[in-house]
Design a protein around this ligand. Structure first.
Ligand SMILES: *[C@@H]1O[C@H](CO)[C@@H](O)[C@H](O)[C@H]1NC(C)=O
Ligand SMILES: *[C@@H]1O[C@H](CO)[C@@H](O)[C@H](O)[C@H]1NC(C)=O
Ligand SMILES: *[C@@H]1O[C@H](CO)[C@@H](O)[C@H](O)[C@H]1NC(C)=O
Ligand SMILES: *[C@@H]1O[C@H](CO)[C@@H](O)[C@H](O)[C@H]1NC(C)=O
Ligand SMILES: *[C@@H]1O[C@H](CO)[C@@H](O)[C@H](O)[C@H]1NC(C)=O
Ligand SMILES: *[C@@H]1O[C@H](CO)[C@@H](O)[C@H](O)[C@H]1NC(C)=O
Ligand SMILES: *[C@@H]1O[C@H](CO)[C@@H](O)[C@H](O)[C@H]1NC(C)=O
Length: 303
């Protein structure tokens, strides 16, 4: 009995692992009309909230700020949640952030209401700093902590912009229950923006104001992205009310949230000569792995 189960146990996770690395299928995004000139609908105009809901907080009901928005006027390929064809996941890789460790989802989901008529929905995904290793670096982030973000797409009928709303922060190691570091929401936003605009020095978080701009280029899989960022105020409070971990994140004159949202406009400025299969990072390892699984598992299972 045990001997018969062993190969099954060995093969099942391998199969799902191989499947997960391929990423989600492309979603059916389409060109939107009526998107406001700012590149998104303000969620609070239609019953949404710029704070997420975190499942278990003390006191209850705290949330994290949606402090980055990828504008609906970004390249339509960038707004597709896929790694192929220069899509969103390839864009994230271009500035050092990768999908979760081995396709495994760890930790509690957060929910956000983007005012698009869908109510509160769990995040689409959690994306982590990859420590220079696109394939396994996000595993290190999960354990050691670091920069990460969650994202949601504003695509419900009531506010169908296609803009992507991001909650960025910087967390402590797993051993510290992944608390957020001091000033970790504002810093998490600015380290994401600093990397996405290819800055050579840190963005001075305390000096950033309404209308500050940054621009730069990053590339991955032979796609090059031009990212233009403008900080905007008026969407988030400059304060700590209702913000998760406010006791440790704020203090000494720093509010948990400084009230600024980084609005990103992303364009693809270079593409690979031939797009077939390009930009799909783990393709060779996937085929190897799949072949290995395909070859060895039936062998095992028939034993
Ligand atoms: C959303 O996340 C929560 C907490 O992780 C989970 O209990 C719930 O089932 C999720 N909801 C959906 C619709 O996936
Ligand atoms: C890029 O992100 C890493 C990880 O959070 C951070 O250490 C680094 O300072 C960031 N770079 C910039 C220019 O912000
Ligand atoms: C931030 O602002 C302070 C005071 O205005 C200034 O002295 C400092 O040079 C600024 N830092 C950066 C990195 O811009
Ligand atoms: C937020 O408010 C604090 C005072 O509570 C102030 O020092 C800071 O400049 C404000 N930040 C922005 C971005 O307006
Ligand atoms: C990012 O910045 C570095 C250093 O300034 C530069 O060498 C590199 O070419 C830039 N990347 C892109 C894609 O432009
Ligand atoms: C990127 O372009 C280089 C040179 O044109 C080519 O050798 C390489 O295979 C390409 N890589 C991808 C991932 O398309
Ligand atoms: C931010 O700057 C813009 C452009 O100057 C201005 O229209 C807007 O009122 C400013 N927002 C706040 C909250 O000061």
């Amino acid at each position: 009995m045990a001997a018969a189960l062993l190969p099954l146990l060995l093969c099942t996770p391998l199969l799902s692992f191989a499947h997960d690395l391929r990423g989600p299928p492309p979603s059916p995004f389409h060109r939107r009309s009526n998107v406001p000139p700012q590149g998104f609908f303000n969620p609070t105009d239609t019953g949404g909230n710029m704070l997420t809901q975190v499942p278990v907080t003390f006191p209850a009901g705290l949330g994290e700020p949606l402090n980055v928005i990828i504008s609906a006027f970004s390249d339509s390929d960038v707004l597709k949640d896929q790694e192929t064809d220069g899509g969103l996941r390839n864009y994230f890789l271009s500035f050092g952030y990768a999908s979760e460790c081995l396709g495994q989802h760890l930790g509690d989901d957060q929910a956000a209401n983007l005012g698009d008529g869908q109510g509160y929905l769990n995040e689409t995904a959690v994306i982590r700093w990859d420590y220079g290793d696109p394939q396994l670096g996000s595993c290190k982030e999960t354990i050691q902590g670091g920069a990460h973000f969650r994202f949601w797409v504003q695509n419900g009928e009531k506010a169908d912009s296609g803009a992507i709303f991001v909650a960025a922060s910087y967390e402590k190691p797993i051993a510290d229950q992944h608390d957020i570091i001091y000033n970790g929401y504002n810093l998490g936003r600015d380290w994401m923006i600093g990397n996405a605009t290819n800055q050579t020095s840190l963005i001075p978080t305390l000096n950033v104001t309404n209308q500050t701009t940054y621009s730069g280029r990053t590339s991955y899989g032979n796609y090059t992205y031009q990212t233009d960022v403008q900080y905007i105020s008026g969407l988030l409070q400059n304060g700590s009310d209702g913000v998760n971990h406010y006791l440790t994140v704020a203090g000494n004159g720093i509010n948990a949230v400084d009230g600024l949202v980084a609005l990103m406009n992303v364009k693809i400025v270079e593409r690979p000569a031939s797009t077939s299969g390009a930009g799909h990072l783990p393709a060779p390892s996937i085929w190897l792995l799949s072949a290995l699984v395909a070859l060895t598992c039936p062998l095992f299972l028939s034993l």
